[in-house]
Design a protein around this ligand. Structure first.
Ligand code: HEM
Length: 228
């Protein structure tokens, strides 16, 4: 079972993500978008979206610092375990709470506002529900489990496993000792990666770098318009 969850399943999910995204980008370029629902409901979208996206920005930064940077680098920089975990728990906790609350608002808005619900696809709901589960489980580990059970040193297990996965030689045995909450967080993350090409999450790969310099789109009223 360990071989399945920590070797076969992650690579299968990542393969689906890469192949599915390339297929959609090449064959369905017009659908490569996160269709805005702002026109249907604005107030809750603004609150939920800001909390979610700002929280996620810091959560992504935290994942890079905790998983991609080896523990040795922190030791060389004289960052003690206590110092690292205090900062990671406070900043990660705040970012996680912001992302969880934002995601909950966006999910409830899509389910409860009938205009938004009627304009949503199955993929919109699947993406939001999986996102909420992943974020809520990660935040529970950081905010609740780390304070009740004690801080978990994921830089000795999950970190090296993730780096091994990227370099194509993951050490599966490292994941056997990881707390169940964190294991479920990671397993659902890969389900999210696998379904992402079939949802609005494809917009993650399309950062609007050229937006400020692109030609403006002009909107004109159909009535009372006179060409000069
Ligand atoms: C390979 C995939 C992933 C791995 C290995 C991973 C691992 C982790 C780890 C080790 C933690 C820290 C737990 C602690 O504080 O003890 C964490 C927390 C968290 N994760 Fe993930 N995660 C993954 C994907 C994701 C994704 C895709 C999201 C969001 C969509 C996410 C959202 C969160 C959040 C919100 C927290 C709590 C805040 C924080 O500590 O940064 N994770 N995750």
């Amino acid at each position: 079972m360990q071989q399945f969850w920590w070797l076969i399943y992650p690579y299968a999910a990542l393969t689906l993500m890469v192949v599915g995204s390339i297929y959609r980008f090449v064959h369905r370029p017009i659908t490569w978008t996160s269709k805005s629902s702002e026109i249907l409901e604005k107030k809750w979208l603004r609150v939920g979206s800001l909390l979610f996206h700002w929280g996620m920005l810091f959560v992504i930064g935290g994942h890079v610092m905790g998983l991609l940077i080896p523990l040795r680098v922190y030791q060389d920089l004289h960052v003690s375990t206590e110092m690292y975990h205090s900062v990671a728990d406070i900043l990660g906790g705040l970012a996680g709470l912001s992302a969880t609350i934002g995601c909950a608002i966006l999910m409830l808005r899509r389910m409860l506002n009938h205009r938004v619900r009627r304009n949503s696809s199955v993929g919109d709901f699947v993406a939001l529900i999986l996102l909420f589960l992943v974020i809520a489980l990660g935040t529970s580990q950081t905010v609740i489990a780390n304070n009740v059970v004690g801080p978990y040193e994921y830089r000795l297990t999950v970190g090296p496993w993730v780096r091994g996965l990227i370099l194509f030689h993951p050490n599966v045995s490292l994941m056997a000792q990881v707390p169940l909450l964190l294991q479920v967080h990671i397993i659902i993350s890969f389900a999210l990666f696998a379904v992402s090409p079939f949802t609005r999450l494809v917009h993650v790969w399309s950062a609007p770098f050229f937006y400020p310099t692109r030609a403006p789109i002009q909107y004109r009223s159909r009535f009372g318009f006179r060409a000069r």
